[in-house]
Each structure stands twice: as C-alpha cells, then as structure tokens.
Design a protein around this ligand. Structure first.
Ligand code: AMP
Ligand code: GLY
Length: 419
C-alpha cells in the first residue's frame, strides 16, 4: 500500500519510522516532511494546510491511506474533504476535531457528560470576565477558546495577572478570533500525564500513558514550549487512576461525541492531572501528542497501518506493548521558544544501536548534512528495560551537541520530576 503522512514534525517522523517496518507498506510520502523524514519517505512540497492540493496528490498517486499528524488540517476539515472523494484517511472530521478547536465546546461536552474537569465559565465580555476573576481570586487559569499555537493558556498566580490575560485576549485581540472568547477555569494541582486512545465511535483502545516536559529548562523552569522531552510509561501513575481515566474520561467522551452527532474516529488525546480527587481533564486534543508519540510508538509491537485499518473497521486492534521504558530528549535551537537562529549546521549524528533519532525542525543539504529549520530540532530517544540505562544512553549521545552553543537540551528528562 501507498501511505501519505501529513505534517513536518517529530510526531510525523515517528509515525513514518513505524510504517517503514510494516510489511504492508510499499511507498511512503510525507507532506511536507523534514530532513530526517526525507531519508525514509518521499517528501512532497505541499503544506499541511493545502487541503485541495493534498486531495489531488492522493488521487493522482494512488494513495491507499492518509494519516494526519497535526491539528490545523483536521480542524479545517481535511478528513471531510478526503471522505467526499472516497479516499481513506485516518483522523476525526472537523465536527469531531472541534473538541480541540474550541475549549468552550470541549468544556461543554465535559459538563454535559459528567467528565471530571476544572469548574469554569466562558466569556466574550471583558467586564463580566473581570468580575468573575475578582470574585474567584487567584490562582486561576485563562484560556483562549481557539487554537493559539500553544500560547493561549495563562496560569495566573495573581488576580492582576489574570486581569491582564483577559485584557490581552478580549481587548487587545492578541490571538485574533481564537481569543475573542475565553474560558476561565479553576486552578488544579497535581502531576500531569497524557493518555491517548485510538477511537472509533464508542470504541476506545488506550495507548500507553506518557508524560511530556513542557517547560524550556531543567526542573520545570522557564517558558512553556511545544515539549522538551517525554517518557512512557509513567511509573508514578497509579493503576487505579489510569483505569479511572479510561472509564470516566475517555469512554464517556467518545460516547458523548457520538450522541452529539460528532462521532470521533482517530486518536483522542486527554491531557490529565492527578488531583487529590482523582484525574481531571486539562485539555483534549484530536490527534497524537508531540513529543509523546515519539516515546509511545517505539513501545507498540503492532503493525501501525494494521491498527489504523482495524480501528477504522470497528475491529479491536489488540494493541501489544513492549515491557520497557522509553525516554526522549529534545534538542532545541538556543533561544527557543523565543527567537532563535535557523540554518545552523548540526554536528554529525553517529549511528548508535542504543538510541534512535527523530527529526523535527531539520533540513538536509545536497551533501546530506543536516541543518536546523525550527525551534525543536530533533529528539534523541532510547528504549530499554531499565530506566537508568535509557537515560544514560540518551545523555551519552547528547554530548555531541555540547560543543555548539547554538543548541540546548534539558538534562533532567525522564527523571520522574516533572509535573
Ligand atoms: P494546554 O495548552 O491546555 O496544554 O495548557 C498548558 C498547561 O497549562 C498545562 O499543561 C498545565 O500545566 C497548565 N494548565 C492548564 N489548565 C490548568 C488548570 N485548570 N489548572 C492548572 N494548570 C493548568
Ligand atoms: N504534548 C502536547 C501536545 O501534543 O499537545
């Protein structure tokens, strides 16, 4: 079969690596892909947002399956557009992807179907929003309703900070339409984890839990990023909390979406927090997480394309997992998530049977040398029976980046210390 993977990050490289070991896959295309992906698939020069061009490409190149990585094309309706043409595509329709596209919609589903989450209210009016903040006090969390490239959440520790956040969204329109509505919610305390599942209607097949490290610097200091590393599974997560999250969060959400006429097919991602009253939802996404995917897929023993076909056909994919521990540390451009230099040549990346490399923001020149094209450059991962050994492998490998002050990485990924 011919498979097209849409996206250009680490998550997509990880999906492609998994597809290369499938006996059912003949040819893999990536749109647009990256420097590392280009070693394993044919990259085509179509962006993830160019839905019409992607449909045409799939038709003209006999693509049997299309797999969508990022949220933007899902929310824009790429699945609807492929389905109209009778093309196989894995992901939710735009109606179902609204669970990620609108935080107000996601909260309304949780309220209606009794899914544990923070108390909240939604506002479009600045005065009402300010009054609500004054009445609730801090800490309090302000969220832009729509997609804001990961910058739409402000965890305010003072009332002042919260008032400034609503002012920035509702009055200064910093996020445009995405911030013209805000969700203001209760601050929850606890350790966070990510739980994803393959979903088709009411059928839910959970993946291994994972934890990402969102802050830029060691010990969870510094600004929020797209993710500086991850590990899976999560040793401190209680089995009872995991079971509870499947029973009381993932399954009722899938059922609720179906009842709403927005039946979900694809990967449902729950960002969860373990409170003293059990796990609660921080956010839903309508796709695989990044960088969680990079540490979860190496643990999956199944043929990924077969899983996708089974889930789509309403069959149990019988997910089978390695008994190991997988960690991945991101190498980022110095300055990220603020401004940083691009097109910096990477040191040469040696083969190491104990580690794997997943590319995110890289390009490759004619001589095959890699250079940086984005904030998160690549991820060095290791899957081992033993957690300490996985860490040692990764941090031994990462020394190659220490000679260059153009890159940085966290030195504490996988040490169980992250929220
Ligand atoms: P999000 O962009 O929705 O992933 O949110 C970014 C981060 O903000 C989350 O990973 C949490 O650390 C934090 N956050 C979001 N909502 C809450 C909440 N209600 N209470 C505490 N922290 C939160
Ligand atoms: N790791 C968080 C996300 O994928 O949104």
């Amino acid at each position: 079969m011919n498979v097209l993977v849409i996206g250009s990050g680490g998550r997509e490289h990880s999906i492609i690596k998994k597809l290369t070991v499938s006996k059912q896959v003949d040819k893999i295309y990536a749109a647009p892909g990256n420097g590392g992906i280009a070693q394993e698939a044919t990259c085509i020069d179509i962006k993830e947002s160019q839905i019409e061009e992607l449909v045409t490409f799939a038709k003209e190149n006999n693509i049997d399956w299309t797999i969508v990585g990022p949220e933007v094309p899902l929310i824009a309706g790429i699945v609807n557009a492929f389905q109209v043409e009778g093309l196989n595509i894995f992901g939710p329709t735009k109606e179902a992807a609204l669970i990620e596209g609108s935080k107000d919609f996601a909260k309304s589903i949780m309220k209606k179907y009794d899914i544990p989450t923070a108390d909240y209210q939604t506002f479009t009016n600045i005065e009402e929003a300010k009054q609500y903040i004054e009445s609730k006090g801090a800490p309090i969390v302000i969220k832009a309703d729509g997609l804001a490239a990961g910058k739409g959440v402000v965890v305010a520790t003072t009332v002042q900070e919260a008032l400034a956040a609503v002012e920035m969204m509702l009055v200064d329109n910093q996020f445009g339409d995405a911030g013209s509505r805000v969700v203001i919610e209760e601050f929850l305390d606890g350790k966070e984890f990510s739980l994803m599942a393959f979903v088709n209607g009411e059928k839910v097949y959970p993946l291994m839990p994972a934890r990402d490290h969102k802050r830029a610097y060691d010990h969870d200091k510094g600004p929020n990023t797209g993710g500086m590393g991850a590990y899976s599974p999560v040793p401190d997560l209680k089995q009872a909390d995991l079971d509870y999250a499947v029973e009381h969060i993932l399954i009722p959400t899938a059922k609720g979406m179906k009842s709403e006429g927005r039946s979900f097919t694809g990967v449902l991602y729950a960002g969860l927090i373990e409170t003293t009253n059990g796990p609660k939802v921080i956010e839903f996404n309508a796709r695989l997480g990044d960088p969680e995917t990079q540490v979860i897929l190496p643990l999956l023993k199944n043929d990924l394309l077969q899983v996708i076909m089974d889930v789509t056909n309403g069959k149990n994919p019988d997910l089978d997992w390695e008994q190991g521990y997988c960690i991945g540390t991101v190498v980022a451009s110095k300055g990220y998530p603020g401004s940083y230099q691009k097109e910096v040549t990477l040191p040469s990346l040696r083969e190491d049977s104990n580690c794997f490399i997943i590319h995110a923001g890289t390009g490759a020149d004619k001589e095959g040398r890699y250079y940086s094209t984005g904030g998160r450059v690549l991820l060095v991962g290791s899957l081992q029976k033993d957690q300490q050994l996985a860490q040692k492998n990764i941090y031994d490998y990462l020394r190659v980046f220490d000679e260059d002050d153009k890159f940085f990485y966290r030195s504490d990924i996988g040490f169980n210390n992250s929220k």
